[in-house]
Design a protein around this ligand. Structure first.
Ligand SMILES: C[S@@+](CC[C@H](N)C(=O)[O-])C[C@H]1O[C@@H](n2cnc3c(N)ncnc32)[C@H](O)[C@@H]1O
Length: 283
């Protein structure tokens, strides 16, 4: 292992906002923080929002800075990536940010019933041909249902049309309520933005003019998502970007978005859809 990685792993151990359970602490058993994140981690009963596969944690931190009324937990298995967000949260003493280093497969051992209000899935691997590993498959939705509060929202932001269409199909197939959907949120703004995240300069990467001119923005403003979460949440969708997102944007690759609820009785079933139609065409 490289020196830099070792240094980050060592530093990670000093961050109180970073929780790193061992496998034997979460494999088939409940971790002590399960059901107690509010009181034990944040000392607050603010709603909790979780980002799955958060990478370096830009989205988690940026949302937390904008919304002090919620607590944010970024989840990823890669410690060297989490280090960046965790170090920022630690150095700035952010009261509403935590990171969790674990495999998402263990998530039910880490959160209790109704403990989480919203889930963000940002630029996850589409796992083409490996449905069971896909973060929006029936298997994973059933896991999320065990800790997402009733009426809680799952947000999926991705460059993968395959993952977007699959997830939309699974929502339709299972009668899940879709609050918003767009296959190209930035529209004409794609490829031109790119001031990076708060780590660099904190600037809003998409200008207000670009936003207002975007038909996707207008569409989302009139969607049920805006009624449920408010205009600020729609604005944030455009103004807060993950590391991967800013790279795809720079290349002009469309960014898709889907928001849905997972309330459902019984098992979730796989969708009937046309996977071949949405396979990536060698970009
Ligand atoms: C393509 S990166 C996206 C990172 C970040 N969301 C972004 O947009 O910049 C996907 C991330 O998901 C994490 N990941 C993938 N599968 C995971 C799993 N089963 N458990 C935990 N993390 C996982 C990877 O470690 C990686 O950091």
């Amino acid at each position: 292992m490289g020196k830099d990685k070792l240094r980050k792993f060592k530093e990670n151990e000093t961050f109180s906002c970073l929780v790193q359970p061992r496998t034997d602490e979460v494999l088939g058993r409940d971790y002590p923080l399960k059901g107690h994140w509010g009181e034990k981690m944040f000392g607050s009963s603010r709603p909790i929002v979780v980002e799955l596969g958060c990478g370096k944690g830009e989205y988690t931190v940026d949302l937390a800075l904008r919304n002090p009324g919620c607590s944010y937990i970024g989840v990823d298995i890669k410690g060297a990536r989490l280090w960046k967000g965790a170090r920022y949260a630690h150095e700035h003493s952010l009261p509403n940010v935590a990171f969790l280093r674990t495999r998402i497969e263990f998530i039910e051992s880490l959160f209790g019933p109704e403990e989480v209000s919203e889930i963000w899935i940002t630029f996850a691997d589409p796992q083409i041909g490996r449905e069971k590993k896909r973060l929006t498959s029936p298997l994973f939705l059933a896991r999320y249902r065990n800790f997402l509060r009733k009426g809680g929202i799952v947000h999926l932001k991705t460059d993968s049309r395959y993952l977007h269409e699959y997830t939309r199909a699974i929502a339709v197939q299972n009668g899940l309520e879709i609050l918003a959907a767009s296959t190209d949120i930035y529209g004409r703004a794609s490829g031109k933005v790119l001031s990076g995240s708060f780590f660099e300069n904190g600037a809003a990467p998409v200008s207000a003019d670009d936003l207002v001119a975007s038909s996707a923005y207008q569409h989302l403003l009139s969607s049920p998502l805006a009624s449920v979460c408010g205009k600020d949440a729609v604005d944030a969708l455009f103004q807060v970007q993950t590391f991967y997102e800013s790279q795809y944007l720079a290349q002009g690759i469309p960014i898709t978005y889907l928001a849905f609820r997972i309330d459902h009785q019984g098992d979730y079933v796989s969708p009937e859809w046309e996977p071949d139609r949405w396979l990536p065409s060698g970009r």
